[in-house]
Design a binder for this molecule. Structure first.
Ligand SMILES: [Zn+2]
Length: 285
């Protein structure tokens, strides 16, 4: 793998020892954010990539998966799937993948993004290099030597509850009728709790209290970490920020919108927990 990772620029020679050494392993091969899977939803082995006729642009080692070495590969934008395989956007696949595969797919996509976005040092502009399989790219300028690790951007996502009601909203870009819990990026120099209070006030002009940490989830589009919280409504009337929220309201546990986030998302987990604590199965009823 060191040889493959050593080729930081240009395409990797799949006819040489590089890919051949990975033939027995499993590959998370992406075209953009689309993952290559067989029609039976299994990962391709290296020989499938070899048959593509389109060499990976970059490769990252991922460790073992199911007892086999596993690698992430970025394929060219014009790569076509071989017979019996298809590319599907990871967001559309997530609800249908086993949890372990979902986790390693998220890691694969984030590492490819890091590899692609940190080929040059952000401090001095010199090229960076990755040594072996370590997940750090180091600036080659001897006067700089800055290390660039995979970036993680925290996002707070919160279920605001008011008795047997939960706050849900929709952005302008959501599919018609789709609602979710509200979320926003943590700003520079801000704690997760401060971000949560600020985002809720900016987006819907509400104050909350009694914050409880709930769970977290990597969201590799491109490198978010969702930090899930529950909170109780405190004060204020909903006023939507027109450029961010199209509509938001408190929904009764028995009258939730029909279109909600899928089971692989932390928003779904927050909603399911809310329903369970009010004696409702998921989906409501
Ligand atoms: Zn530098």
């Amino acid at each position: 793998m060191a040889d493959m990772n050593g080729k930081q620029d240009g395409r990797i020679d799949i006819s040489g020892d590089g890919l051949a050494s990975g033939l027995r392993g499993l590959w998370l091969a992406f075209r953009g954010a689309e993952l290559l899977l067989s029609d039976a939803r299994t990962l391709p082995a290296g020989d499938v990539l070899g048959a593509l006729g389109a060499a990976p642009v970059r490769i990252q080692a991922l460790g073992d998966f199911g007892g086999l070495p596993c690698h992430a590969a970025e394929l060219p934008a014009d790569a076509e799937p071989p017979a019996g395989f298809a590319f599907t956007h990871l967001k559309r696949l997530n609800d249908h993948l086993p949890e372990r595969l979902r986790q390693i797919a998220a890691r694969a996509l984030e590492l490819l993004e890091w590899d692609r976005a940190h080929r040059f040092c952000g401090a001095c502009g010199s090229p960076t290099l990755q040594h072996g399989d370590t997940k750090v790219r180091t600036c080659t300028n001897p006067d700089c030597r800055r290390e660039h690790y995979p970036r993680v951007s925290p996002v707070v996502i919160v279920a605001v509850e008011r008795g047997d009601e939960i706050l849900l909203g929709r952005s302008h870009h959501f599919a018609p009728g789709f609602y979710s819990t509200l979320a926003g990026f943590v700003d520079a120099g801000e704690s997760a709790e401060e971000a949560l209070h600020r985002e809720l006030f900016e987006e819907v002009a509400l104050r909350v209290r009694n914050l409880r940490y709930f769970a977290s989830q990597p969201w590799p589009f491109p490198h978010s970490l969702m930090l899930g919280f529950q909170a109780d409504y405190d004060s204020g009337d909903i006023v939507c920020a027109p450029d961010e929220i199209e509509h938001a309201d408190f929904f009764h546990v028995d009258a939730l919108p029909a279109s909600l986030p899928g089971p692989s998302t932390i928003a779904h987990w927050l909603l399911r927990d809310f329903c369970r604590r009010h004696g409702r199965a998921w989906p409501a009823g």
